[in-house]
Design a protein around this ligand. Structure first.
Ligand code: 13P
Length: 345
């Protein structure tokens, strides 16, 4: 197969034995997280937080790509070096979130459609000039009585495929993120059925829009019971169901699957990813795609709590981020153990 720049970038993101750091929270989401930690919700605090993440010592040994937000890609560190330059010098590929958020879907109460296709070609060109080599678009799918509807799944899958085609047109790798939400009391089986249908529809649409599967990354939810479900399945069960389902629906030409964390704790996200890679080691045939992470909360939250906007806590917060990144790096080899948490405590 020809290694086009698109395919090379997609492979650099997922096959270097590292994962992605999602730091592309919209201002609204970032401010909400700041509010819970008592951090002022200002442009300068958001900039300082993102500088802390990007300048974490040795973070590039664990992270292959970082997803920025529009505000963040325009920012610099205190000395005036752009965040994009800082990422590149840390051996991290710069990426950008390009959807403009999920809005209520007309005629479908409790469901959302992701916006951002208008003017996307032009925005992608601007981001590419600024150094972005990959771009992310997130669709959200809610689970519940009668949900998700086919209308919601199809509309979001169609938008994901159109965004992915626009990215590839100019050589940007799409990181395609259909997220079945963890909110609710649904069982893992209900999540499995919905996730399978969503992924199936997404790949059908990607095929229809002519998206090169070798030049993209899939960023799905892990298949999990809802946060309010009485039965929380073991790490072993979760790993087995995820691998089986992904095998059923994700074509082998996709180079990598980078999970979002979706509200799991950092420890659980590492343990579940780890167990999938443990099972992978026992298979007769290697997995057709790499399994990695593209976490936001599961990487950032412990560090955010430690920092809480206090400059004197910066080094401790960076150490906490580095620790979570190292745990996930180990999980990619199936080498993560809960003892790693004790060593850092
Ligand atoms: P979480 O890992 O916090 O789910 O975030 C991933 C992400 O990129 C959300 O769009």
């Amino acid at each position: 197969m020809t290694q086009t720049p698109l395919v090379e970038t997609a492979n650099r993101l997922v096959t270097s034995g590292r994962g992605l750091l999602a730091m592309d929270e919209s201002n609204g989401t970032c401010n909400k997280r700041f509010a819970t930690s008592g951090i002022p919700q200002t442009l300068e605090e958001r900039r300082a937080w993102r500088e802390l993440l990007i300048t974490t010592p040795a973070i590039g040994t664990c992270i292959s790509g970082a997803i920025l937000y529009d505000e963040t890609i325009h920012q610099t560190d205190e000395q005036g070096t752009s965040f994009v330059e800082l990422l590149i010098s840390a051996d991290i590929l710069p990426g950008i979130k390009v959807d403009t958020g999920a809005t209520p879907m007309a005629g479908h109460p409790d469901e959302k459609i992701t916006d951002g296709l208008d003017g996307l070609r032009e925005r992608l060109q601007i981001y590419q000039k600024m150094g972005a080599v990959f771009a992310k678009w997130r669709a959200v799918i809610a689970l519940g009585a009668g949900l998700p509807t086919r209308a919601c799944i199809e509309a979001n899958a169609h938008a994901l495929a159109r965004y992915a085609a626009l990215c590839q047109e100019i050589g940007i790798v799409p990181v395609v993120e259909p997220e079945v939400l963890m909110d609710g009391d649904h069982t893992i089986e209900q999540c499995r059925v919905a996730t399978k249908e969503v992924l199936h529809t997404v790949f059908e649409q990607l095929y229809r829009q002519g998206v090169l599967l070798e030049g993209m990354v899939l960023k799905p939810n892990m298949i999990l019971p809802g946060l309010a479900c009485a039965e929380q399945d073991s790490v072993e069960v979760v790993a087995e169901i995820n691998l089986r389902t992904l095998h059923e629906v994700v074509p082998a030409s996709v180079p990598g699957i980078a999970f979002l964390s979706g509200g799991q704790s950092g420890e659980l996200a590492s343990a579940r990813l780890n167990h999938m890679n443990i099972i992978a080691r026992t298979l007769r045939e290697p997995l057709p795609w790499k399994l990695t992470f593209s976490f936001a909360r599961a990487l950032q939250m412990p560090a955010l709590t430690i920092w809480h906007g206090n400059p004197s806590c910066k080094a401790a917060a960076q150490s906490a981020l580095h620790h979570r990144a190292c745990c996930n790096l180990a999980a990619l080899q199936g080498d993560y153990t809960p003892a790693m948490e004790q060593e850092h405590a």
